[in-house]
Design a protein around this ligand. Structure first.
Ligand SMILES: Cc1nc(C(=O)O)sc1CCOP(=O)(O)O
Length: 225
């Protein structure tokens, strides 16, 4: 976990405030090569919580070596999540696996990897509820806003995010078109964090971008109920 991420005391009274700052997940892919992403991850890891390798066209061997290189460059394995590939997550010592609808079910993964953090990508309240029932630790829900990373598709919007949060007993991380300026809106609708691809990987200064997101979620945390 990032040293920049800290806990805040629970406030008493009618409004329940979650104790921890919202999470930031950095996602690979888009126009950024895997080699460049590895370097970006080494630079920005102090300012984000989790770093996902989401590389649909890489072999297991390439992904394994990317995780090892990230670790060699100082990224804590506890921050690394491998998309879809349970085998790579286990073999490389990553902390988590992010499952999609086409991936192994969370219920099948859990007994094989009791210590692994299991995320599930979902696109509706029903999918989120089902993922939680299957044992996912959290859901990644999107896309919230229109995003160049999902060209031509309108965002699902904040009301649907709030509906998904209500339907889902595990934390929901919002993804898709999240920028420092709108991060507070998704947190205030109940998201436990944000996931970002182009806003950090496509920035001219990824470290400055990651710091902007960190400031944005830090400012937003008191609004979450
Ligand atoms: C990888 C991904 N999954 C999504 C989903 O809706 O499940 S949206 C998305 C891309 C997010 O990219 P950006 O931060 O550049 O908008």
């Amino acid at each position: 976990m990032s040293s920049e991420k800290d806990s805040v005391p629970r406030l008493s009274g009618a409004v329940e405030i979650r104790e921890t700052e919202p999470e930031i997940h950095l996602i690979s892919g888009g126009g950024t090569s895997l080699d460049s992403f590895v370097l970006i991850s080494a630079a920005v890891h102090p300012f984000v919580d989790y770093i996902h390798l989401r590389e649909k066209s890489c072999t297991a061997n390439e992904l394994y070596h990317a995780v090892r290189e990230m670790c060699r460059l100082g990224v804590p394995p506890g921050q690394i999540v491998v998309n879809d590939r349970l085998d790579v997550a286990l073999a490389s010592g990553a902390a988590g696996v992010q499952l999609a609808g086409h991936s192994l079910p969370a219920a099948a993964v859990r007994p094989l990897a009791p210590g692994l953090r299991i995320g599930r990508s979902v696109h509706s309240p029903d999918e989120a509820a089902a993922a939680a029932a299957e044992g996912a630790d959290y859901c990644l829900y999107g896309h919230i806003y229109a995003s160049a990373s999902k060209p031509g598709l309108p965002g699902r919007g904040l009301d649907r995010l709030a509906e998904t949060v209500r339907a889902c007993p595990v934390p929901v991380i919002a993804i898709g078109g999240i920028e420092p300026d709108n991060a507070g809106q998704v947190i205030s609708r109940g998201a436990a964090g944000i996931a970002v691809l182009s806003g950090i990987c496509g920035a001219s200064d990824p470290v400055a971008a990651a710091m902007s997101y960190r400031s944005a979620v830090r400012a937003a945390r008191y609004e979450r109920r």
